[in-house]
Ligand binder design. Structure first.
Ligand SMILES: Nc1ncnc2c1ncn2[C@@H]1O[C@H](COP(=O)(O)OP(=O)(O)O)[C@@H](O)[C@H]1O
Ligand SMILES: [Mg+2]
Length: 248
């Protein structure tokens, strides 16, 4: 077994989480998910289409609530929090990146990124400055006044990453962030996620890219709404299958 997160409060702790979508017929999308994510981890979530990856990400990202089970985010049991309290926690602690970017078409890049600071308590006057700084960090200082339709796919995703980061969240959740990008732009986006992780951000990324998944230190596989595998390089080290690197 792995020893993720025993030393300090985990970023995420899921206990017997299940999700049922009501409907005709109802769909049991997730069953019995137990999961611990520690601060600073970098995790790939893989699995066939329809296996529940996006649903899992929306639950841990507090965009939706489980039908049963408990989710703790940085020690807060979400079950006991009101929607308003959950929204406040989300705004301050979680950044999202999606395959489809979800930029607001009428706004410039800097306005789109500044929108990521709404509900975080950052004063209006500081939002623009912070947004410009986040855009510099993703290499888009020269595109501050562009609108989404004037940007390439890779640039749009970098704007979306800047928006996700501008509030300095501890947890970044990305749902197939390179799914709509060509290989070169995709690599740029992944490099950016790796850099953020190196700076301390916990990153969970859903991906269909096998090479990318294989390159990340922990891989979680979903199948039919259950965790089919959860593999860490540290587990491999502990099992003595890798010659170099010390057991953690
Ligand atoms: N809002 C919803 N209502 C009903 N069923 C849904 C809803 N969202 C997703 N599903 C179903 O849940 C299953 C898992 O979906 P999803 O989490 O998007 O999978 P993945 O991201 O792994 O492709 C699919 O069968 C999908 O049709
Ligand atoms: Mg999905």
């Amino acid at each position: 077994m792995s020893d993720h997160g025993q030393q300090r409060t985990p970023v995420l702790l899921l206990e017997k989480v299940a999700k049922l979508y009501e409907g005709c017929p109802p769909v049991q999308v997730l069953h019995d998910i137990d999961l611990t994510v520690s601060q600073g981890e970098l995790i790939a979530v893989v699995g066939p289409s329809g296996s529940g990856k996006s649903t899992l990400l929306s639950l841990v990202g507090t965009l939706d609530r489980p039908t049963s089970g408990r989710i703790h985010l940085e020690g807060h049991d979400l079950t006991g929090l009101s929607d308003r309290q959950v929204a406040a926690l989300r705004a301050r602690r979680i950044g999202f990146v999606f395959q489809q970017f979800f930029l607001l078409p009428g706004l410039t890049t800097v306005e789109n990124v500044a929108a990521g600071l709404l509900y975080t308590g950052v004063a209006a006057g500081q939002r623009r400055e912070r947004a410009e700084s986040a855009l510099r960090d993703v290499g888009l200082a020269h595109r501050l006044g562009h609108r989404p339709d004037q940007l390439s796919g890779g640039e749009k995703q970098r704007v979306a990453i800047a928006r996700a980061l501008v509030g300095r969240p501890g947890l970044l959740l990305a749902d197939e962030p390179t799914g709509a990008l060509d290989a070169v732009s995709g690599k740029g986006v992944i490099d950016l996620l790796l850099e953020l992780n190196a700076q301390g951000t916990t990153v969970v990324v859903i991906t269909h890219d096998r090479d990318l998944a294989a390159s990340l230190p922990r891989r979680i596989g979903l199948h039919d709404g259950r965790i089919a595998f959860d593999m860490s390089d540290s587990d491999v080290h502990a099992a003595g299958n890798v010659e170099q690197g010390s057991p953690s």
